[in-house]
Design a protein around this ligand. Structure first.
Ligand code: PLP
Length: 349
Protein backbone atom coordinates (compact mmCIF):
# COMPACT_ATOMS: atom_id res chain seq x y z
CA UNK A 1 0.00 0.00 0.00
CA UNK A 2 1.27 3.47 -0.91
CA UNK A 3 1.77 5.62 2.16
CA UNK A 4 2.81 9.22 1.62
CA UNK A 5 4.46 9.38 5.04
CA UNK A 6 6.98 6.79 3.83
CA UNK A 7 8.34 9.09 1.13
CA UNK A 8 8.06 12.59 2.63
CA UNK A 9 11.35 14.07 3.89
CA UNK A 10 11.58 13.50 7.66
CA UNK A 11 12.28 17.20 8.35
CA UNK A 12 9.14 18.18 6.42
CA UNK A 13 7.07 15.57 8.22
CA UNK A 14 8.15 17.07 11.53
CA UNK A 15 8.06 20.70 10.41
CA UNK A 16 6.09 23.24 12.41
CA UNK A 17 4.89 25.60 9.65
CA UNK A 18 4.65 29.35 9.92
CA UNK A 19 1.26 30.33 11.28
CA UNK A 20 0.05 33.63 9.86
CA UNK A 21 -2.51 36.02 11.36
CA UNK A 22 -4.99 34.95 8.69
CA UNK A 23 -4.45 31.29 9.56
CA UNK A 24 -5.25 31.94 13.19
CA UNK A 25 -8.39 34.03 12.67
CA UNK A 26 -10.34 33.23 9.53
CA UNK A 27 -13.59 35.14 10.18
CA UNK A 28 -14.61 37.98 7.87
CA UNK A 29 -16.51 40.87 9.45
CA UNK A 30 -14.20 42.02 12.21
CA UNK A 31 -11.90 44.88 13.07
CA UNK A 32 -8.52 43.50 12.03
CA UNK A 33 -5.77 44.77 14.31
CA UNK A 34 -3.74 41.57 14.28
CA UNK A 35 -1.52 41.55 11.19
CA UNK A 36 0.25 44.92 11.30
CA UNK A 37 -1.46 45.94 8.09
CA UNK A 38 -2.04 49.58 7.16
CA UNK A 39 -5.74 50.38 7.82
CA UNK A 40 -5.91 52.66 4.76
CA UNK A 41 -5.89 51.85 1.01
CA UNK A 42 -8.55 49.11 1.17
CA UNK A 43 -8.92 46.49 -0.14
CA UNK A 44 -5.31 45.87 -1.13
CA UNK A 45 -4.04 46.84 2.34
CA UNK A 46 -5.10 43.39 3.56
CA UNK A 47 -3.15 40.15 3.26
CA UNK A 48 -4.83 37.64 0.94
CA UNK A 49 -6.53 34.46 2.11
CA UNK A 50 -3.54 32.09 2.58
CA UNK A 51 -5.55 29.06 1.45
CA UNK A 52 -7.64 30.86 -1.22
CA UNK A 53 -10.93 29.21 -0.17
CA UNK A 54 -13.33 31.30 -2.30
CA UNK A 55 -11.31 30.70 -5.43
CA UNK A 56 -10.80 27.02 -4.64
CA UNK A 57 -14.56 26.55 -4.24
CA UNK A 58 -15.02 27.98 -7.74
CA UNK A 59 -12.28 25.76 -9.15
CA UNK A 60 -13.74 22.80 -7.28
CA UNK A 61 -16.99 23.26 -9.21
CA UNK A 62 -15.46 23.60 -12.68
CA UNK A 63 -13.02 20.72 -12.18
CA UNK A 64 -15.33 18.55 -10.08
CA UNK A 65 -12.62 18.01 -7.45
CA UNK A 66 -13.08 18.49 -3.68
CA UNK A 67 -11.55 21.67 -2.22
CA UNK A 68 -9.22 19.70 0.07
CA UNK A 69 -7.65 18.05 -2.96
CA UNK A 70 -6.66 21.40 -4.53
CA UNK A 71 -3.44 23.35 -4.09
CA UNK A 72 -2.95 26.68 -5.87
CA UNK A 73 0.52 27.89 -6.77
CA UNK A 74 2.38 30.80 -8.33
CA UNK A 75 2.09 29.12 -11.73
CA UNK A 76 2.51 25.33 -12.10
CA UNK A 77 6.16 25.99 -11.45
CA UNK A 78 5.49 26.43 -7.74
CA UNK A 79 3.94 22.99 -7.12
CA UNK A 80 6.66 21.40 -9.29
CA UNK A 81 9.29 22.93 -7.01
CA UNK A 82 7.37 22.30 -3.77
CA UNK A 83 6.81 18.63 -4.61
CA UNK A 84 10.54 18.17 -5.11
CA UNK A 85 11.32 20.04 -1.88
CA UNK A 86 8.75 18.11 0.15
CA UNK A 87 9.64 14.63 -1.03
CA UNK A 88 13.25 14.59 -2.24
CA UNK A 89 16.29 14.67 0.03
CA UNK A 90 18.99 16.88 -1.58
CA UNK A 91 22.10 14.97 -2.56
CA UNK A 92 20.42 11.62 -2.02
CA UNK A 93 17.10 11.17 -3.84
CA UNK A 94 16.33 11.30 -7.54
CA UNK A 95 13.43 12.13 -9.84
CA UNK A 96 12.57 10.66 -13.23
CA UNK A 97 11.06 12.18 -16.33
CA UNK A 98 10.63 11.64 -20.01
CA UNK A 99 12.70 13.13 -22.81
CA UNK A 100 11.90 15.36 -24.55
CA UNK A 101 9.60 17.23 -22.19
CA UNK A 102 9.10 20.46 -20.25
CA UNK A 103 12.41 21.87 -19.00
CA UNK A 104 11.27 22.93 -15.53
CA UNK A 105 11.36 19.43 -14.02
CA UNK A 106 15.10 19.19 -14.61
CA UNK A 107 15.83 22.79 -13.56
CA UNK A 108 13.91 22.35 -10.30
CA UNK A 109 15.79 19.10 -9.67
CA UNK A 110 19.12 20.86 -10.33
CA UNK A 111 18.27 23.76 -8.01
CA UNK A 112 17.45 21.33 -5.22
CA UNK A 113 20.49 19.12 -5.88
CA UNK A 114 18.30 16.18 -6.85
CA UNK A 115 19.57 13.74 -9.46
CA UNK A 116 17.51 13.89 -12.66
CA UNK A 117 17.01 10.69 -14.67
CA UNK A 118 15.37 10.82 -18.05
CA UNK A 119 14.10 8.18 -20.41
CA UNK A 120 13.61 8.78 -24.11
CA UNK A 121 10.09 8.53 -25.54
CA UNK A 122 9.48 6.07 -28.36
CA UNK A 123 9.86 7.46 -31.93
CA UNK A 124 6.10 8.14 -31.98
CA UNK A 125 6.50 10.16 -28.75
CA UNK A 126 4.84 7.63 -26.44
CA UNK A 127 6.02 6.26 -23.11
CA UNK A 128 8.64 3.53 -23.19
CA UNK A 129 7.11 1.99 -20.08
CA UNK A 130 9.61 -0.77 -19.20
CA UNK A 131 12.78 1.39 -19.40
CA UNK A 132 10.97 4.16 -17.54
CA UNK A 133 10.19 1.83 -14.64
CA UNK A 134 13.63 0.23 -14.81
CA UNK A 135 15.56 3.44 -14.09
CA UNK A 136 13.72 3.76 -10.78
CA UNK A 137 15.35 2.65 -7.55
CA UNK A 138 14.58 3.05 -3.84
CA UNK A 139 15.69 6.70 -4.03
CA UNK A 140 13.31 7.61 -6.88
CA UNK A 141 10.63 9.74 -5.27
CA UNK A 142 8.84 11.47 -8.14
CA UNK A 143 8.20 10.61 -11.77
CA UNK A 144 7.04 13.50 -13.98
CA UNK A 145 4.87 12.88 -17.05
CA UNK A 146 3.42 15.55 -19.31
CA UNK A 147 0.27 14.93 -21.39
CA UNK A 148 -0.23 16.51 -23.85
CA UNK A 149 3.55 16.65 -23.82
CA UNK A 150 5.60 19.76 -24.50
CA UNK A 151 7.19 20.04 -27.08
CA UNK A 152 5.88 16.94 -28.88
CA UNK A 153 2.23 18.10 -28.38
CA UNK A 154 0.66 14.63 -28.19
CA UNK A 155 -1.39 12.96 -25.45
CA UNK A 156 0.36 10.04 -23.81
CA UNK A 157 -1.60 6.78 -23.86
CA UNK A 158 -3.80 6.51 -20.80
CA UNK A 159 -3.12 2.80 -20.25
CA UNK A 160 0.65 3.45 -20.29
CA UNK A 161 0.32 6.22 -17.69
CA UNK A 162 -1.84 3.98 -15.51
CA UNK A 163 0.74 1.20 -15.72
CA UNK A 164 3.42 3.68 -14.57
CA UNK A 165 1.22 4.92 -11.70
CA UNK A 166 0.50 1.37 -10.59
CA UNK A 167 4.10 0.16 -10.74
CA UNK A 168 6.12 3.20 -9.60
CA UNK A 169 6.71 3.32 -5.85
CA UNK A 170 6.77 7.13 -5.50
CA UNK A 171 4.60 9.99 -6.74
CA UNK A 172 3.62 10.23 -10.40
CA UNK A 173 2.98 13.83 -11.43
CA UNK A 174 0.99 14.31 -14.62
CA UNK A 175 1.35 17.79 -16.06
CA UNK A 176 -1.84 18.51 -18.03
CA UNK A 177 -1.15 22.17 -18.84
CA UNK A 178 -2.60 21.70 -22.36
CA UNK A 179 -5.47 19.34 -21.55
CA UNK A 180 -8.20 21.84 -22.60
CA UNK A 181 -6.97 21.68 -26.20
CA UNK A 182 -6.81 17.88 -26.30
CA UNK A 183 -9.27 15.20 -27.38
CA UNK A 184 -8.10 13.00 -24.47
CA UNK A 185 -9.93 13.64 -21.18
CA UNK A 186 -7.02 13.69 -18.76
CA UNK A 187 -6.68 11.76 -15.53
CA UNK A 188 -8.74 13.79 -13.02
CA UNK A 189 -11.54 11.21 -13.17
CA UNK A 190 -9.29 8.64 -11.46
CA UNK A 191 -7.73 10.97 -8.88
CA UNK A 192 -9.47 9.17 -6.02
CA UNK A 193 -8.27 5.77 -7.15
CA UNK A 194 -4.53 6.50 -7.12
CA UNK A 195 -3.13 8.03 -3.93
CA UNK A 196 0.30 8.49 -5.54
CA UNK A 197 -0.98 10.50 -8.51
CA UNK A 198 -0.67 14.29 -8.72
CA UNK A 199 -2.20 16.30 -11.57
CA UNK A 200 -1.15 19.80 -12.64
CA UNK A 201 -3.37 22.26 -14.50
CA UNK A 202 -2.75 25.95 -15.16
CA UNK A 203 -4.49 29.22 -15.95
CA UNK A 204 -1.61 30.12 -18.29
CA UNK A 205 -2.81 28.44 -21.49
CA UNK A 206 -6.53 27.83 -22.23
CA UNK A 207 -7.62 30.51 -19.74
CA UNK A 208 -5.33 33.14 -21.25
CA UNK A 209 -3.94 34.23 -17.87
CA UNK A 210 -0.19 33.50 -18.05
CA UNK A 211 0.42 36.98 -16.64
CA UNK A 212 -1.34 36.44 -13.31
CA UNK A 213 0.69 33.28 -12.43
CA UNK A 214 -1.82 30.74 -11.20
CA UNK A 215 -1.34 26.98 -11.33
CA UNK A 216 -3.52 24.21 -9.95
CA UNK A 217 -2.36 21.00 -8.34
CA UNK A 218 -4.79 18.17 -7.62
CA UNK A 219 -3.90 15.29 -5.30
CA UNK A 220 -4.82 13.33 -2.21
CA UNK A 221 -5.46 15.69 0.77
CA UNK A 222 -2.40 14.33 2.60
CA UNK A 223 -0.16 15.48 -0.27
CA UNK A 224 -1.95 18.83 -0.45
CA UNK A 225 -1.38 19.28 3.30
CA UNK A 226 2.37 18.85 2.86
CA UNK A 227 2.44 21.44 0.07
CA UNK A 228 0.45 23.89 2.20
CA UNK A 229 2.87 23.31 5.04
CA UNK A 230 5.93 24.44 3.08
CA UNK A 231 4.54 27.10 0.70
CA UNK A 232 5.06 30.81 1.32
CA UNK A 233 2.19 31.85 3.60
CA UNK A 234 0.54 34.25 1.11
CA UNK A 235 1.68 32.67 -2.17
CA UNK A 236 -1.30 33.83 -4.29
CA UNK A 237 -1.82 37.58 -4.16
CA UNK A 238 -5.23 39.29 -4.00
CA UNK A 239 -5.09 40.60 -7.58
CA UNK A 240 -4.50 37.09 -8.92
CA UNK A 241 -7.20 35.52 -6.74
CA UNK A 242 -9.75 38.14 -7.79
CA UNK A 243 -8.90 38.02 -11.48
CA UNK A 244 -9.17 34.23 -11.69
CA UNK A 245 -12.42 34.28 -9.69
CA UNK A 246 -13.89 36.90 -12.00
CA UNK A 247 -12.81 35.09 -15.14
CA UNK A 248 -14.35 31.81 -14.03
CA UNK A 249 -17.53 33.58 -12.91
CA UNK A 250 -18.09 35.68 -16.02
CA UNK A 251 -16.01 34.35 -18.87
CA UNK A 252 -15.96 30.58 -18.66
CA UNK A 253 -17.86 30.40 -21.96
CA UNK A 254 -15.40 32.81 -23.54
CA UNK A 255 -12.56 30.46 -22.65
CA UNK A 256 -14.34 27.65 -24.49
CA UNK A 257 -14.65 29.93 -27.51
CA UNK A 258 -10.94 30.75 -27.43
CA UNK A 259 -10.07 27.06 -27.24
CA UNK A 260 -12.35 26.24 -30.17
CA UNK A 261 -10.82 28.99 -32.33
CA UNK A 262 -7.28 27.96 -31.41
CA UNK A 263 -7.96 24.30 -32.20
CA UNK A 264 -9.54 25.17 -35.57
CA UNK A 265 -6.55 27.34 -36.49
CA UNK A 266 -4.13 24.69 -35.28
CA UNK A 267 -5.58 22.24 -37.79
CA UNK A 268 -5.55 24.85 -40.56
CA UNK A 269 -1.92 25.80 -39.88
CA UNK A 270 -0.83 22.16 -39.70
CA UNK A 271 -2.43 21.50 -43.09
CA UNK A 272 -1.03 24.65 -44.75
CA UNK A 273 2.49 24.30 -43.39
CA UNK A 274 2.43 20.59 -44.24
CA UNK A 275 1.99 21.53 -47.93
CA UNK A 276 5.08 23.76 -48.05
CA UNK A 277 8.16 22.66 -49.98
CA UNK A 278 10.43 23.42 -47.01
CA UNK A 279 8.42 21.15 -44.68
CA UNK A 280 9.58 17.58 -44.21
CA UNK A 281 6.81 16.65 -41.77
CA UNK A 282 4.26 18.28 -39.49
CA UNK A 283 3.32 16.35 -36.37
CA UNK A 284 -0.30 16.09 -35.25
CA UNK A 285 -1.10 18.09 -32.12
CA UNK A 286 -3.34 17.85 -29.07
CA UNK A 287 -2.23 21.25 -27.73
CA UNK A 288 -2.16 24.94 -28.74
CA UNK A 289 1.15 24.49 -30.56
CA UNK A 290 2.64 22.02 -33.01
CA UNK A 291 6.00 20.91 -34.31
CA UNK A 292 7.12 20.92 -37.91
CA UNK A 293 10.29 19.29 -39.23
CA UNK A 294 11.87 21.77 -41.63
CA UNK A 295 14.63 21.15 -44.18
CA UNK A 296 16.61 24.19 -42.99
CA UNK A 297 15.11 25.21 -39.63
CA UNK A 298 17.68 27.91 -38.87
CA UNK A 299 17.03 29.71 -42.16
CA UNK A 300 13.25 29.71 -41.68
CA UNK A 301 13.56 30.78 -38.05
CA UNK A 302 15.79 33.70 -39.04
CA UNK A 303 13.54 34.70 -41.92
CA UNK A 304 10.46 34.80 -39.71
CA UNK A 305 12.32 36.66 -36.99
CA UNK A 306 13.37 39.30 -39.51
CA UNK A 307 9.68 39.65 -40.36
CA UNK A 308 8.88 40.15 -36.66
CA UNK A 309 7.45 36.66 -36.13
CA UNK A 310 9.02 34.61 -33.36
CA UNK A 311 8.72 30.83 -33.21
CA UNK A 312 10.64 28.38 -31.02
CA UNK A 313 13.71 26.48 -32.14
CA UNK A 314 13.45 22.87 -30.95
CA UNK A 315 15.81 21.55 -33.65
CA UNK A 316 18.48 20.41 -31.19
CA UNK A 317 16.06 18.62 -28.86
CA UNK A 318 16.16 14.80 -28.67
CA UNK A 319 13.69 13.16 -31.12
CA UNK A 320 12.83 16.64 -32.47
CA UNK A 321 15.87 17.11 -34.72
CA UNK A 322 15.14 19.76 -37.35
CA UNK A 323 11.88 20.82 -35.70
CA UNK A 324 10.45 24.25 -35.09
CA UNK A 325 7.61 24.77 -32.62
CA UNK A 326 4.73 27.04 -33.64
CA UNK A 327 2.26 28.42 -31.11
CA UNK A 328 -1.20 29.16 -32.55
CA UNK A 329 -1.89 32.91 -32.49
CA UNK A 330 -4.91 35.08 -33.25
CA UNK A 331 -6.52 34.60 -36.69
CA UNK A 332 -4.78 37.82 -37.82
CA UNK A 333 -1.37 36.68 -36.58
CA UNK A 334 -1.76 33.24 -38.13
CA UNK A 335 -2.84 34.71 -41.48
CA UNK A 336 0.11 37.06 -41.50
CA UNK A 337 2.50 34.21 -40.72
CA UNK A 338 1.04 32.07 -43.52
CA UNK A 339 1.51 34.99 -45.92
CA UNK A 340 5.15 35.27 -44.89
CA UNK A 341 5.62 31.53 -45.37
CA UNK A 342 4.20 31.74 -48.89
CA UNK A 343 6.68 34.53 -49.58
CA UNK A 344 9.58 32.53 -48.08
CA UNK A 345 8.72 29.52 -50.23
CA UNK A 346 8.47 31.67 -53.38
CA UNK A 347 11.85 33.29 -52.70
CA UNK A 348 13.77 30.11 -51.90
CA UNK A 349 12.27 27.10 -53.71
C1 PLP B 1 3.22 26.26 -20.15
C2 PLP B 1 3.40 25.04 -19.32
C3 PLP B 1 3.06 25.03 -17.97
C4 PLP B 1 2.49 26.23 -17.31
O1 PLP B 1 3.34 26.73 -16.37
P1 PLP B 1 2.81 27.94 -15.47
O2 PLP B 1 3.89 28.06 -14.44
O3 PLP B 1 1.50 27.50 -14.88
O4 PLP B 1 2.67 29.13 -16.34
C5 PLP B 1 3.19 23.85 -17.26
N1 PLP B 1 3.66 22.75 -17.84
C6 PLP B 1 3.99 22.71 -19.13
C7 PLP B 1 4.46 21.46 -19.74
C8 PLP B 1 3.90 23.86 -19.91
O5 PLP B 1 4.28 23.82 -21.20
Amino acid sequence: MFNIDDIVRPNIKGLVPYSSARNEYTGKNAIFLDANENPFNAPLNRYPDPLQFDLKRKISRIKNVAVEKIFLGNGSDEPIDLLIRAFCEPGADNIISISPSYGMYEVCADINNIEFRKVLLTPDFQLDVEPLLKVADAKSKILFLCSPNNPTSNCLKREDMIKVIEEFKGLVVIDEAYIDFAPCTGMLDILDKYKNMVILHTFSKAWGLAGIRLGMCFADPQIIDYLNKIKYPYNINILTQNKAFELIENYEKEKDGWVKTIVEWRERLIKKIGEKKFTIQVYPSDANFFMAKIDDPKRLLTYLRDQGIIIRDRSKVALCEGCLRFTVGTPEENTLMLDKLVEYERLNY
